[in-house]
Design a protein around this ligand. Structure first.
Ligand code: PLP
Length: 422
């Protein structure tokens, strides 16, 4: 085995949820005929209307003179011009902005964008000072756990909790009394709507974070992988926020195109140029085929249409099934709390005072043929001990409605049994 560098060691580790995925894949493979309801998937459902849209855009591309120019040539690192133009036109009209082509960067998926940002703005400065990558509200996307080449740079903050005991619901909010954004901060990142919790932090809270960061010239990346206008996986009103230090980051992965790796960053031209250079060094540019079909889907308005009329209602029905089944099946005397389902494709269940760890509860669920993801993997960067970290579960809404209902009934029985041992 070759001796690895510090970066090599860091980047060759399986972080967060990928380690658990290994256990899940092995469980499914060695099931010995046992059927599982798998509520672990992060892969979006293939919806027929969405697949048809991408098929049609591909057909148009194949039939056009543009095809050779798109797939047989390199392009600019910043992105394919028709896609950049489609994004500018859509956003300028929709949100009354004055974006120019210098404000946009197309990346090979949004995960790559966070890696560029975490290492361009975070990590050690030439004079040896550590600039932090701040996650203002933990739990958040597990993938942030692997984006910094300097793991000590990643710092996350515990939230405050709004609790509705009677309704068995709760909601996380950024804890501004603890959150530190200062001259040691390199950048700030959070997802809105949030994977894994479905939380949507308010417009005011986004602006408060952005203003704190602006006073130190710190960029704020708002991970909008589930936000409007596409895939529009918000079930509550929310408005994307823009500003000099806000980098609005989108992904086409939850709008049916995860295989093509398209991320979109919108922000100040100086910030965009830095990220663009990073991308040139890393991979030159994103797939041009993906960019060309995305340009068509966005310019025609069809993607935004399908997002609101097909993608959003699909998952909104599922979260309703999850909520209704848990409300009916869970014992009332157990302190269970479901996070407000405000968006994304997951439910997030908090089992307060759970008499075992989330990992042990995950094993119990496997016994009744249900797989969900233990929550402790969704607190990247949070160094404090906090029992809450071992009391949560992420439930994917990618299974069918019948499967979700059945799985939640089984989960309720397991919860009853487990709490009885108290
Ligand atoms: N951000 C969030 C919140 C996600 O849930 C995901 C994928 O699940 C990503 C980013 C990465 O998406 P991609 O790299 O496919 O754009």
């Amino acid at each position: 085995n070759p001796a690895l560098s510090q970066f090599g060691l860091q980047m060759s580790q399986l972080t967060g949820v990928r380690a658990i995925m290994k256990d899940i894949i092995e469980t499914l493979r060695n099931s010995g005929g046992k059927e599982f309801i798998n509520l672990s998937a992060g892969n979006p459902v293939i919806l027929p209307e969405v697949e048809q849209l991408w098929r049609n855009c591909t057909q148009e591309l194949l039939d056009s003179d543009e095809y050779g120019e798109v797939v047989c040539r390199y392009g600019s690192s910043q992105g394919y011009t028709p896609l950049i133009e489609a994004v500018i036109k859509d956003f300028n009209t929709r949100y009354d902005l004055e974006l120019s082509d210098r404000n946009i960067l197309i990346t090979g998926g949004s995960q790559a964008l966070y890696l560029y940002a975490a290492n361009a703005f975070g990590g050690y400065t030439p004079s040896g000072e550590l600039r932090q990558v701040v996650l203002p509200l933990s739990p958040d996307y597990t993938g942030y756990g692997g984006v910094s080449l300097t793991p000590e740079a990643l710092v996350a903050y515990k939230p405050t909790l709004d609790l509705n005991e009677d309704k068995h619901r709760f909601k996380y909010r950024p804890d501004f009394s603890q959150l530190q954004i200062n001259q040691q901060t390199g950048c700030v990142i959070f997802s809105r709507p949030c994977n894994p919790t479905g939380n949507v932090i308010s417009d005011d809270e986004v602006n408060k974070i952005a203003n704190l960061a602006a006073s130190h010239d710190v960029p704020v990346l708002v991970d909008s992988a589930y936000a409007p206008p596409f895939p529009a996986l918000n079930f509550t009103d929310m408005n994307p926020q823009f500003g000099d230090n806000i980098i609005h980051c989108m992904s086409l992965s939850k709008a049916g195109l995860p295989g093509e790796r398209i991320g979109i960053a919108i922000g100040d031209r100086k910030l965009i140029e830095i990220l663009e250079s990073f991308q040139t060094n890393a991979c030159i540019h994103s797939s041009r085929y993906g960019q060309a079909i995305a340009a068509r889907a966005i310019a025609s308005g069809k993607l935004a249409d399908i997002a609101v009329n097909v993608i959003r209602p699909h998952y909104q029905r599922k979260i309703k099934v999850l909520e209704d089944t848990l409300d009916a099946a869970m014992p009332k005397d157990i302190p269970w709390y479901l996070h407000q389902g405000e968006g994304a494709i997951f439910g997030w269940l908090w089992l307060k005072d759970l008499p075992m760890t989330d990992w042990e509860f995950y094993q119990e669920l496997k016994q009744v043929g249900v797989i969900a993801v233990p929550g402790s993997t969704f607190f990247p960067g949070l160094k404090e001990d906090w029992q809450h970290k071992q009391q949560c579960l992420r439930i994917s809404l990618t299974a069918t409605e019948a499967e979700i209902a059945e799985a939640m009934k089984r989960l309720a029985k397991v919860a009853k049994k487990v709490y009885q041992t108290l």
